[in-house]
Design a protein around this ligand. Structure first.
Ligand code: ZN
Length: 723
């Protein structure tokens, strides 16, 4: 039936067009303000052209809005009065849902402008992502002269704020950077992705597995053009997921170094560990100045020189490291586990060498012959990288480090040292790739700010219940020290760039400090919607709803009948709307959104939205990856806690032990969640990129435009970059 097809199609298209029009109007507002001068003519021509496109789009949208059935999309946050659940017996739904199935949508329309190269003299593009770089910190620090190299980018290039899209998480945001498209089109809907519902036996998969990206990436677009590509730890570069996605010919033109999150290699010794004579951590015997450190089935021998306070480590007769008390050393050693020998690199610190209290901390290990590959490229290059970068010190703040503080394995001083070593490691890798790999497109990465903010951002605010002036002072010093180090490396990096290189420095999201950790599953269990076993694990066969990775999934057996499904959605909404922070009485959410057509029950006037406001529309084949209700918390809250058995639904974090003190999730438009964008290189226009001009997806399209790539699924426009 053409009529019903149009009803669905027009509805989806009109919503999408509204989004485009909004973006275009913003762009026009920004670009038509400056007065005409010769240098601006080319840009203004483009502006006129795009304005014409926007007008045509607006006209088409008006036709669709007038003819097709359409649902009002509200982006407002419920007012405090409106947040309380409707009283029992509230007026029934005024509009019955027409369908329980997700609205199928056509493949996204493509904007053709983005395929035009902006300037032919751009020879290489280097995209560096600094995870959780907060615009509200970085640019003021740059302006104050504290971050000189960031300041140089701002002064000599284009800089501003970058808004992540929903949900403002690492994997979806990096997928947007790579594809020029939002979650609905690239298909990475969360850091924890369920390709199949947990109620149907689906298991969550890490969102950073590149094979889950359902759209064309700038990496693949560059390879198709015959370009060479270099990936330095960029999220989604996880090597095993690219083995099947690339042709053999492509594999000769790409180098991937991916060590972030690759350390869980199936070996038992890759994680961090404390060795001590006290029984905390792994107990070691210390007699007559000699101690034995077990790593899997290998035992290292340590000799303590009590006079000089130095620990000397041996494997067999070979001296492998000298570690002064309070100091660090990098160790490269063969470790045997269950008959297999691995070459491993890690850093150790001699926390204490007192005869009655020997404590040695070993950071997480990187393994050369890893069962899970972290390198794709020529073997000779891998060896060079191992020798020049990994052997100088491999440590990664990401892996369980906050927990190491919580367990008492390391103190705050050691934590801060590891933060700085992590920055060194990531940037040494970026610099190694820049200097040693031939490429036209490089994507690089630094994970450090993200885990650091998760651990200590809330501590920086002495008014938080778990902080105080001393902790806040330490946290600020650590945070600023980290940024100073990143900035220093950025300076080293830009020195090695060539004429014709364009550098784009971005982040994937910001963070905010956490007052309350929201355990959504605890609320669902208390309402009788989630049933758990005695260990607290969900029993999906007996449950109605379950929360994970930004979404609440509803048991499919309640979805066969649209009226039943609608009632269940309404019941879950009622539970969500009743959650309050006991400390403030505040509702912790910014938005709770059902699928299209489901905002229909008595509570609909309160929650009112559907998921299309979150850029979750897209090809029907991807819609099964999304749960039934999408949520986003407000600044000050965090919904990472999956536990169904907490004492309270909203809990105060305990730093380094339970929950995080910094969080990012939900709506990337909050100022705290906006990240940075800085574009620098010969020919780059000097200007400030205004807030909301730039979403993560605009970046992918910009890279494509600069290199003249055809990015097949991109739906966001390139940012004007060059003069
Ligand atoms: Zn991130």
């Amino acid at each position: 039936m053409p009529g019903s097809y149009c009803a669905r199609l027009c509805n989806a298209w009109s919503r999408r067009l509204q989004n485009y029009i909004f973006i275009w109007i913003i762009l026009q507002a920004v670009y038509t303000k400056p007065s005409m001068n010769p240098g601006k003519i080319q840009k203004n021509k483009t502006a006129i052209l795009t304005l014409a496109v926007a007008i045509v789009a607006a006209a088409l949208a008006a036709i669709f809005l007038a003819t097709g059935p359409h649902k009002t999309v509200s982006t407002s946050t419920p007012s405090p009065e409106a947040q309380s659940p409707a009283a029992p017996g509230a007026s029934p739904a005024t509009e019955a849902p027409t369908s329980a199935t997700p609205t199928p949508t056509p493949e996204a329309p493509r904007l053709q402008l983005q395929t035009q190269p902006q300037r032919s003299e751009v020879k290489r593009v280097i995209l560096i992502s600094i995870d959780a770089a907060r615009a509200m910190d970085v640019w003021p620090l740059a302006r104050d002269g504290f971050l000189k190299n960031m300041g140089k980018i701002a002064a000599e290039g284009a800089y501003g704020e970058l808004s992540p899209m929903y949900p403002a998480e690492t994997s979806p945001s990096h997928a947007a950077l790579l594809t020029g498209a939002p979650s609905g089109i690239h298909g990475v809907f969360s850091n924890t992705l369920y390709p199949k519902s947990p109620f149907e036996g689906g298991k969550s998969e890490p969102g950073y597995w590149g094979r889950l990206i359902a759209a064309d990436t700038i990496w693949e677009a560059a390879l198709r053009k015959g370009y060479r590509v270099a990936i330095s730890n960029f999220i989604h570069g996880y090597v095993p997921t690219w083995q099947a996605r690339l042709s053999d010919a492509d594999k000769n033109k790409i180098v991937i170094i991916y060590t972030t999150k690759a350390y869980k290699s199936g070996t038992g010794f890759a994680g961090s560990q404390l060795y001590s004579t006290s029984g905390v951590g792994t107990r070691i015997n210390y007699t007559g100045g000699r101690l034995y450190i077990p790593i899997a089935d290998t035992v290292l021998v340590g000799e303590v020189n009590t006079g000089a306070k130095v620990l000397v480590l041996y494997q067999g007769n070979r001296k492998i490291a000298e570690v002064p008390e309070g100091g660090w050393a990098s160790v490269v050693v063969n470790v045997t586990e269950k008959g297999t020998t691995y070459l491993a690199a890690f850093m150790v610190k001699a926390l204490s060498l007192a005869p009655n209290d020997v404590r040695i901390y070993r950071g997480n290990a990187l393994i050369y012959n890893d069962p899970i590959a972290w390198f794709m490229g020529p073997e000779v290059l891998k060896r060079k990288y191992w020798r020049e970068v990994v052997e100088r010190g491999y440590i990664d703040v990401y892996h369980g480090l906050a927990g190491d503080v919580g367990r008492g394995w390391i103190d705050l001083k050691t934590y801060a040292e590891i933060v700085n070593y992590t920055v060194d490691y990531y940037w040494r890798t970026n610099l190694f790739v820049l200097k040693n790999v031939e490429f036209q497109l490089m994507t690089g990465y630094d994970v450090t700010p993200d885990p650091v903010e998760h651990a200590i951002l809330g501590l920086m605010d002495p008014s938080m219940p778990y902080s105080n002036a001393t902790l806040a002072e330490w946290a600020k010093r650590t945070y600023l020290g980290m940024w100073a180090k990143i900035d220093q490396w950025l300076g080293e990096f830009t020195k090695e760039m060539n004429n014709g290189d364009v550098l784009i420095v971005v982040g994937d999201h910001g963070q905010w400090g956490v007052r309350g950790s929201v355990a959504v599953n605890t609320a669902l269990r208390r309402a009788g919607l989630l049933v758990t076993d005695e260990k607290g694990n969900p029993d999906f066969s007996r449950s109605v709803a379950y929360y994970d990775g930004a979404y609440i999934f509803i048991n499919p057996k309640y979805k066969a009948d649209p009226a039943t499904y609608s009632r269940v959605v309404e019941r879950v909404m009622e539970v969500l709307l009743s959650i309050r922070d006991p400390a403030t009485g505040e509702w912790p959410f910014a938005i709770v959104a059902a699928r299209a057509g489901q905002a229909a029950g008595p509570l609909a006037p309160i929650y009112g939205h559907d998921m299309s406001v979150l850029f979750l529309d897209g090809p029907a084949r991807l819609q099964s990856r999304i749960g039934d209700i999408a949520i986003a918390v407000k600044p000050g809250y965090c919904a990472y806690d999956k536990s169904a058995t907490r004492d309270n639904v909203v809990n105060t974090p305990i730093p380094f032990i339970y929950s995080v003190t910094g969080c990012h999730d939900g709506l990337g438009s909050w100022k705290e969640l906006r990240s940075i964008i800085g574009i620098w290189g010969k020919g780059v226009e000097v200007r400030q990129i205004k807030g909301f001009e730039t979403y993560a997806a605009n970046v992918g399209s910009t890279v494509a435009a600069l290199l003249g790539l055809e990015l097949r699924n991109a739906t966001f426009t390139p940012i004007w970059v060059l003069k």
